[in-house]
Every structure is written in structure tokens, then in C-alpha cells.
Design a protein around this ligand. Sequence first.
Ligand SMILES: Cc1ncc(C[n+]2csc(CCOP(=O)(O)OP(=O)(O)O)c2C)c(N)n1
Ligand SMILES: [Mg+2]
Length: 624
Amino acid sequence: METRRLTMAQALLEFLKNQHVERDGVEHRFFAGAWGIFGHGIIAGFGQALQQNPDFPYYLCRNEQAAVHIATAFAKSRMRLSTFASLSSIGPGATNMITGAAAATINRIPVLLLPGDIFARRNVAPVLQQLECEQSQDISVNDAFKPVSRYWDRINRPDQLPCSVVEAMRVLTSPAHTGAVTLALPQDVQAEAWDYPAEMFAKRVWHIPRVPPEPVMLARAADAIRNAKRPLIIAGGGVLYSDAGAALAGFAEHTGIPVGETQAGKGSLPFDHPCNLGGIGVTGTPGANLAARDADLVIAIGTRLSDFTTASKTAFGNPRVRFVNVNVAEFDAAKHAALPLVADARVALQQLKMALAGYSVETAYRNAIGEWRARWEEETERIFGLRHGPPISQGEVIGALSRSVQPEDVVVNAAGSLPGDLHKLWRTRMPGAYHMEYGYSCMGYEIAGGLGVKMADPGREVYVMVGDGSFLMMSSEIATSIQEGYKLNLIVLDNHGFSSIGGLSGAIGSGGFGTDYRCRTSTGKLDGDYACVDFAALCAALGAASVRVRTREELEQVLRAMRGHTRTTAVVVEVDKEQRVPGYEAWWDVPVAAVSESETVRQARVEYEEAVKKERRHEIAASV
Ligand SMILES: Cc1ncc(C[n+]2csc(CCOP(=O)(O)OP(=O)(O)O)c2C)c(N)n1
Ligand SMILES: [Mg+2]
């Protein structure tokens, strides 16, 4: 057998370089390189391997958490057909990646994590940054990746590598099982050599299947739809990852069934498609939520049915409502006691359309959909057209940006009040043009994520909308965007604290406690002046061109100019935290204290106890 004598790290890298995926006959190189930060736990092993393999680019970021967010955003933008590896030293560098791993796994996005690990040899333990355990020599901080990884392994001997890497690839490329994969790399083993079979480094192409639905289940699903009077589609991220937008449009046009989009599924249809009711759930539009309330059949495609989508299981008010779940993952297909159509979204939609020849929803329902859509356009225009302040309203900022972008441009966001406002208001015209990380809603994802989105398709303008709270949590990748020459457009919304959690605090009777960036005073409370931060100066200090604006006109002017810039540019705008976009026909379960010294909390609890009664137990309903 032909062999190649390589270190474990060199062999791993050589293997990664040669992995490809293929779907619909089109091949993609799976790894575009590696992001990370070197330390003693990785520099002599994987670091050395990277240095002698310039065709596998290494990108240096500022925070290992950001490395994983960049990889996640890149992979999400590439519809999971390629990604980056993320590496770290042992110890804090490794644990910095755990938040990123959780975000990737929850969002079902493939990322490969390569944290350095403590010596397998053990004789020099405890090494720098080692977590010592009295009960076992077999534990390191990297064990903390287990619950947030879809596959986890530690390479304790160089000859273990072949078994692990093929398992890693199987999981990363599986539409149903993908997420974060962690291969923990003991520092000493990375540098050890072994005679690897040369075949391990041959080009390997992983086929991404389009699993067709089982015919009997397809027929049952078609029957359920034919018998429905008020069917509704929920389009989740799976629609986009399956490249099923056109199939969804064809199915919706043919049947007249309206579509509500989840955060991950937004952009499945263009916003102005006659069947698109827009966002659904807690942050949904009135039309989508009224359709959900009365629906007798919900066709949930490629969605996890999270509480934001189901309005904490209060969204579906029809006592006879049933579900047909189209999903590649059995796990999701079985939720809500649905008729499970385990299948690729595109194939399932094409076959369902054929099975439903001659079927259409009633005219009255079609008319209602048209009316909801028209009313929502009016409401959007009202919010975009507010003349509030200054400080201006967040809705006006979204309106100004919405009017200045091209259809292929991408808006990126993750946490705060913006996800709700954007889910409702953003007018997505193309798949991938709305990039929201809302599975983990991880503050700090925005700027790092924006960089990943830009790298996935440098031809598209990327607009990162980021709240002041998220910005303060992680803005350091601005410097990385300058270093790598990937231009971002940053819109920083300064409202001196947390509009989102502040509003929530009000709703649970706590009046915004602990959610404003105010100085502590002699009262002992945070009730002084705002601790103002000069975000424009921060952006400039990190290398971006930056400007602060106050009025809508100034904002519009800067947004127009930004497009022409070639390096990362930021506009900072103060917004009025109290001028919120309302919620429409939806509720979210955030339990209120059952006993309290505060009258407002007691009152909120009374309302809570009433509202929680609307929660349904769909999981125990008889199936379709
Ligand atoms: C890492 C992380 N920590 C805490 C939270 C909880 N959280 C959600 S939104 C939010 C406030 C975000 O503030 P900002 O970015 O200024 O947005 P705003 O609410 O003002 O729109 C917090 C603390 C979170 N989602 N992520
Ligand atoms: Mg804020």
C-alpha cells in the first residue's frame, strides 16, 4: 500500500483540502480554508501544516468566537455547500468557540472546529491552561463541546485520524444531521508522524442527496391538503438550503396556498409574491398570523417550529388544526404530531404540486390573502414614513436602507429589537438577501457574520445592521475586514441600551430594570445620565470610514454614498428606543414572577396566567 509520512496535522489538512460536495451534478470545494488564532496548542501542529499549504488559506481573526460565526455565516450564505474550518489553541481559545458552535448547531449549519487539546502523552501535565480533573485524565475543556456538536472526537493517536475525518465529513454534509463538528487535537499528537495511506488524500466527492418522499406518505399528504379549507405553508430555512424557492413559488401559485416565512426562511419567496404573507409568529405580520390562527392544515417546510414561529404554541387556534411537516430530518418532520413527509423540500414540493392537479383554495381565501397583503404594505409604508424625532425611529432607518439597496444586496443581523423589526418590515427580493441568525440570536454575530457573508459572495453589497449592545459585545472583526479587504457597510443603531429586553422588562412589570446604559448614581442605581459611547470613533479606530448622522435626510445621503466605498464603512445613528414597531396578533411565553413586591409585576402575572392558557399541546394530537 502506498503511504505518505505526514504529521497528524498535515494529514488532516491534506484530507480537508480534497473534500468536495456535489448536488444536482454541480461540485463545490467544501472547505474554503481555516479561520482562527494560533497559540502554543496549535501553532507547531496545525499551524505548521497551514504554513506549508498556502492553497488552503489561513485567516487570522480577533476572537475565536468570531471565527466560528464567520464560518457559519459563510456556510449559511453558500446554502451549506461549503464552509471554513475554525481552529484555536488549547484552553480559552477553544472555549471561546463554544458559543459559535452552539449557534451553528442550532441553526443546522456545517462548521468544523479544530481546538487544540492537552497532551495525550500526559507526562508533563498539567500543561498551561489545562483543566485538571481529579477523577480522570481523560477530560479537558474540549469536552464542553460535546453537547453543542453533532459529532465530537479527540484524536489521541495519529492512526485514529482516518476513522474520525470520514465521520466528520458524513455529518457535515448530511442535510439532516449537519451542525458543528469538533475534532479535538492534542498538542503533541498534532506533531506526531505516521505513514498514512495515500488513498486518504485522493479527491473525495460527497453526494448531497435529494431524498424523495415515500409515495404512500406523499399521497396521504396530498389528501390532507385537498381536504383542507384554510391551508397555510410555513417556509423555514430548509426551503433555502434545498434551493426550493422556485418550487415553492410554483406550488403556491398552483394551489393558492399562502406562505408565512420564518426568520431562516425569509426570502424563500420575493416579498411581493402574491402568496407571500411575510414573517410568521411572534415577529410576524398580521396577515400571516391571522392565517395561522384559522388554518386547518399547516404545511411546515424545512422548519424547526421554534417558539418564535409557533408564538409559543398559541399561533394555531383552529381546534382541528393538523400539520404536514416536510423535512429532511425525521426529528423535525415528527413535531406537532404531523404527517411526516421526510424528504428534500424541492422534490417534495414538485411532487406535491403534481399530486394536487386541479386543486386550489377557495376564492374567498384568495381574496383574504390579497387584502392582508395590501394592508401590510400600507402598514410598512406608515412605519417607514414616520417623521419621528430626532432621535429618529428604528423603522425609519430600516425604511431608508430598504429604499437604498439593490435586490441582491444582503442585510445581516442577529439579536436585539432589529430581528423582530426586520422580520416584519424587510422587503426581501432574492434568496440569501436576508441573513438573520435567529436560532441562537447571538449578540456579537452581526459584524463577524457580515464578513462571512461577504466572503461567500464578494459581488454582493453586505449591510450589517447592529445594535449598540451587540456592537459593544464584539466589533473587533471590523479590523479583520480591513485586513482581508472585504468591504462591509455597517449601520450602528445607538439607543443607549437594550430596546428589546428593555421592552420585555416593561411587559413583565419590571420597567426596564438593568437594560439602559446609564451611570450609577448616589441612589446606588443605574439611574444617571447615559454612559455615551462614541461608536463612530470606535469604528474609525478599528480602521473603518465612519460618520454619525441624526436626521433621516443625512442617513439617506450617507447610505447612497456608502455603496461606492471600497472599504468597510460605518454610519452611526441614534434611534429612539421607545418608538417601537408594534407586535401583531402574536404572543411569546416569558414567565412572569408568580409572587412579587411590585404591583406592576403582580398585574403582569395576572395577564400572563390568562395568556398562557392559549398554549396548545399539538404533540399529543391524533395525527392527520
Ligand atoms: C450573547 C447574548 N447575550 C445576551 C443576549 C440577550 N439579549 C437579547 S437582545 C439583548 C440586547 C441587545 O441590545 P442591542 O444590540 O443594543 O439591541 P436593541 O435591543 O437595543 O435593539 C440582549 C442582552 C443575547 N441574545 N445574546
Ligand atoms: Mg441598543
